[in-house]
Design a protein around this ligand. Structure first.
Ligand code: GLA
Length: 387
C-alpha cells in the first residue's frame, strides 16, 4: 500500500492518540551490494542502507498494554496486554513491533505500556528488508526511551529474534545489521562469523556511477514455507553441505574444488556460498584499491549467475532485468536479497540510467512481466532518532 507523500509521523501519532509522541525514530531498509545467502553460513556481506526508512513515533503509557497503529494499515490497529504477547498474538504487520517488545521483556528488560505509530516507506516484499526497518526502528526507540543498556550490535539480535521467533520469518543477521549499523556514504562490511564490521567508503557518484534498484513487484512469496524452493530449504541444504564436508559452516571452505565431492544439489549450493564469499572480498579489493569502481560490475553479474544456476533462487522476471540491464550498458547487475522474487540491482553510469531503465522496462513487458519500479540508491544513514 502506498503512503501519501508528506505524512508527518508525529502529527499522525497525535491524530491517532490525542497527544504528541515522546520521540520519532527511523530505520532504513537495505540493499546488499554483494554477499547473498552468506550470512547464515558465517560468511561476508556488504550492504548499504537505503534512503527509504520506516519511521516509528512512540510514547510510553501507564496502562500495561501495547497499542500499535500503522499509516499503511489504518484499518488494522492492534491493542494487546503486555502479558498476553506471544508468537501469533498479534500476527500480520503488528507481529514485528510486538516481537521487539516481547523479546526485550524476555531478556528481562522492564517496559511500560506503549503507543506506537509506524509509517513504512520501504517497499514491502521487494527484498529490501522492510521488516527489518520496522523491527529496528522500534528497537532503537525502546532502547532510547527506556535507557536500556544495549549496544546497536545487541539491538541487531533483539530485532532479529523478533522477526525469527515472534513473526516466524527465518532470516539471517544481514538485514538488521544493515539497518542498525550502516552509515551514510558507506557500505558495511560485516563478517557474520565474528560479527566484526568495517565501514567501507562508497562514493559511486564521484565516479559518475549510480546504483539502480529494479523492483519487479513480484513479492518473494515462495521464500516462505519449507518447500524445495524456499529460503528455509536453502539454509537446510547449506547446513547439510557443511556437515558432509566436516566443517562447522561453509565459511570454513575457501577452495571451490573442495565441494566437488558433494552430491547434488548440495554441491551447487555450497559452490555458490564459497564463490560468493570470494566475490565479496574481490569487490572490497576494488573499492579499497582506489581503482575504477566499474570493475565491481562483472563481479555482480557473476554473483547473479551463481544465484541463478547454483543457488536456484532467481526468477525469470529477475533474470530479464539483469540481462536487459547489462545489455543496455550496465557494468553489472544481480538479484538481491533472499530471491524468489523481489528486486535486482544494477551498477550503471549516471548518464545511462534512463536508457537502462527504459531497456529493462521494455524487456520485462516483452517477456510478459510488469515493468519494474526503478530508483537510484545512495548509501544512506542507519537507524537514528529523528525527533
Ligand atoms: C534474506 C534474509 C537475509 C539473507 C538474505 C540473503 O534477506 O533475511 O538474512 O539471508 O535473504 O542474502
Amino acid at each position: 500500500m502506498s503512503v501519501p507523500a508528506g505524512v508527518d509521523p508525529a502529527a499522525a501519532f497525535a491524530a491517532r492518540f490525542g497527544r504528541p509522541p515522546e520521540g520519532v525514530w527511523a530505520a532504513p531498509g537495505r540493499v546488499n551490494l554483494i554477499g547473498e545467502h552468506t550470512d547464515y553460513n558465517d560468511g561476508y556481506v556488504l550492504p548499504v542502507a537505503l534512503p527509504h526508512s520506516t519511521v516509528a513515533a512512540v510514547a510510553r503509557t501507564a496502562e500495561p498494554e501495547l497499542v500499535l497503529a500503522s499509516v499503511q494499515y489504518p484499518d488494522q490497529p492492534v491493542r494487546v496486554a503486555l502479558d498476553a504477547l506471544a508468537p501469533g498474538a498479534p500476527d500480520g504487520w503488528a507481529a514485528y513491533p510486538a516481537g521487539v517488545v516481547h523479546q526485550l521483556r524476555r531478556e528481562g528488560h522492564r517496559l511500560s505500556g506503549l503507543q506506537v505509530l509506524v509509517d513504512g516507506q520501504v517497499p514491502v516484499g521487494a527484498g529490501l528488508s522492510s521488516s527489518a526497518a520496522l523491527t529496528c526502528s522500534v528497537a532503537l526507540a525502546l532502547r532510547d526511551l527506556f535507557a536500556l543498556p544495549l549496544r546497536r550490535a545487541e539491538l541487531v539480535d533483539v530485532a532479529r529474534a523478533a522477526e525469527n521467533d515472534f513473526a516466524g520469518a527465518p532470516t539471517g543477521v544481514l538485514d538488521h545489521s544493515a539497518s542498525l549499523l550502516c552509515t551514510v556514504g558507506h557500505a558495511l562490511l560485516l563478517d557474520t562469523r565474528d560479527r566484526s564490521t568495517t565501514q567501507v567508503p562508497l562514493d559511486l557518484a564521484a565516479a559518475g556511477l549510480a546504483l539502480l534498484v529494479l523492483d519487479t513487484g513480484a513479492p518473494h512469496q515462495l521464500a516462505t514455507g519449507g518447500g524445495p524452493d524456499s529460503y528455509a530449504r536453502r539454509r537446510q541444504e547449506c547446513g547439510e553441505a557443511a556437515a558432509a564436508l566436516g566443517v562447522p559452516s561453509l565459511r570454513e571452505v575457501s577452495d571451490p574444488a573442495a565441494v566437488q565431492a558433494l552430491p547434488e544439489p548440495l554441491r551447487r549450493r555450497a559452490r555458490h556460498v564459497v564463490t560468493e564469499n570470494a566475490r565479496v572480498l574481490a569487490v572490497l579489493e576494488v573499492l579499497r584499491s582506489g581503482t575504477d569502481p566499474r570493475a565491481v560490475g562483472p563481479l555482480l553479474t557473476a554473483g547473479h549467475r551463481s544465484l541463478r544456476e547454483d543457488f536456484a533462487v532467481s526468477t525469470p522476471a529477475l533474470d530479464v532485468c539483469v540481462d536487459a540491464a547489462v545489455r543496455a550498458g550496465a557494468h553489472g547487475a544481480r538479484m538481491v536479497g533472499g530471491g524468489f522474487g523481489g528486486s535486482a540491482l544494477a551498477l550503471v553510469d549516471d548518464r545511462h540510467v534512463p536508457a537502462v531503465r527504459a531497456a529493462v522496462a521494455e524487456a520485462s513487458r516483452a517477456a510478459g512481466h510488469r515493468a519494474p519500479t526503478a530508483f537510484v540508491v545512495v548509501p544512506s544513514a542507519g537507524a537514528r532518532r529523528v525527533e
